[in-house]
Design a protein around this ligand. Sequence first.
Ligand code: CO
Length: 134
Amino acid sequence: MLGRLNHVAIAVPDLEAAAGAYRDKLGATVSAPLPQPAHGVTVVFVDVENTRIELINPLGENSPIAGFLAKNPAGGIHHLCFEVEDILAARDLLKAAGLRVLGDGEPKIGAHDKPVLFLHPKDLNGTLVELQQA
Ligand code: CO
């Protein structure tokens, strides 16, 4: 069911410092910061050969990653995103397998303008997993 790894999202307390580390120290190609008010984050995309890293920083008062950064003030891996061919079929299979889908279970339009869902981290070894329609 799982397709390619679309991205790894890293919550960071200082977006410019994090982007600078990937750009200047690791030699990666990084995007300009992209505010995504609908998702409560500002994102910098880091392109690597086989996938993408998303550096995410809270935007606005009710950012969904504010709590994560409060618990992990230095930042940390926030979620993995895998592509799936058919997000509704994947959701139904995973629910039948006992995995919990966050929210109301309906896909939302994610950062890449494609439908996404998140799976409960307690069902996957403490890792928040995002599924994105390929
Ligand atoms: Co994501």
